[in-house]
Design a protein around this ligand. Structure first.
Ligand SMILES: [Fe+2]
Length: 335
């Protein structure tokens, strides 16, 4: 296990988590879930796509739902660059890593670059989007969990150390990390660009798969209100985990499963971390405080389920602690 030195002046400037593109089987059911329960605003919709944003977001979209009759998947996770010049520099950098790059036209986004990380996770970078009204003071429009802004992704990956090395070489900084007891290997990492504990999180597991995406809410009362809203909509069963308080990040949280099983977290936002002298916080994987400060432990579905990335084959975790060999993994999947 090693923690790379932080890169304070990366070749290009990724600024934050931006948007996620998911496929869903029933657009109306998903729109109902994300507007009434999570509290997002519909910016635009047509017969096969719904664009949504949080209450404080002035960007056109942070969640894009696309109708698809196959297995519900994550098509892309999006990150913002500071300028178009950063996009050009990123294209060259990703090419130099031997990774695919392609300029694409995406509605309501400026120049947009498609690529993948080293494990194949599909990435979408842009620097600008169509600007729309920020509704943070339009309290009359607040519903359910009152989602304010997209904050981070969590990904299950077979290779946490590899993800750590790859993203930190682009200027991501580690705020906290989880070490698998006894083997001294990375089991989880929290990486950030925007100055709070995470933009992207990697946990060890069968992957790569998108475990969840997370929106900030107002306070713990609003998290409870979201749960009550789920109940009043006859969807109480989709409250999967929480409310509770995380160890890493220290936020209060609740996780929901949308009509296709995609997982969305609402949480009270966490602390600021920017200063260069701050060292990453270490957690031991089996520490009770790491799992939750308070609240029930995660149910099995929270540990095991995640959304596949389109067209991406899964790999078993390489963490020695898992005891999972390729042979065992393939045999288990064949059952
Ligand atoms: Fe999260």
């Amino acid at each position: 296990m090693h923690i790379p030195n932080p890169v304070f002046h990366p070749t290009f400037n990724i600024t934050r988590t931006s948007h996620v593109v998911m496929t869903v089987r029933d657009l109306a059911a998903s729109k109902h879930f994300y507007t009434e329960l999570i509290g997002l605003i519909v910016t635009e919709e047509n017969s096969d796509t719904v664009y949504l944003r949080g209450l404080e977001e002035a960007c056109h979209h942070s969640l894009v739902l696309k109708k698809w009759n196959g297995t519900p998947e994550c098509l892309r996770i999006g990150m913002r660059m500071f300028t178009d010049d950063d996009l050009v520099k990123a294209e060259a950098w990703y090419k130099a890593q031997g990774l695919p790059t392609k300029w694409v036209e995406v509605p309501h986004q400026g120049r947009t670059l498609h690529t993948t990380d080293k494990s194949g996770v599909p990435l979408e970078f842009c620097a600008t989007m169509t600007v729309v009204p920020r509704l943070v003071t339009a309290v009359r429009l607040f519903k359910g969990g009152c989602a304010h802004r997209l904050d981070h992704y969590q990904i299950l990956t077979h290779d946490v150390q590899g993800a750590c090395d790859f993203y930190m070489s682009q200027g991501f900084r580690m705020s906290e990390y989880i070490v698998a007891d006894h083997v001294e290997e990375m089991a989880g990492i929290f990486l950030q660009r925007k100055g709070n504990p995470h933009d992207i999180v990697f946990f060890t597991g069968e992957g790569p798969r998108l475990h969840h995406f997370a929106y900030t809410s107002i306070d713990v009362g609003t998290l409870i209100r979201a749960c009550d809203t789920a109940g009043s909509l006859g969807m109480g069963g989709i409250v999967e985990r929480g409310p509770g308080r995380h160890g890493p990040g220290h936020a209060q949280y609740v996780y929901f499963r949308d009509p296709d099983g995609h997982r969305c977290e609402l949480f009270t936002t966490h602390y600021q971390i920017m200063d260069i002298e701050c060292e990453p916080i270490r957690w031991d994987k089996n520490s009770p405080m790491r799992k939750e400060i308070w609240g029930y432990p995660p149910v099995q579905s929270w540990v095991e389920d995640a959304s596949p990335f389109a067209g991406l084959a899964l790999k078993p975790p390489i963490l020695k602690e898992s005891g999972m060999t390729l042979e065992k993994f393939l045999a288990a999947r064949a059952k």
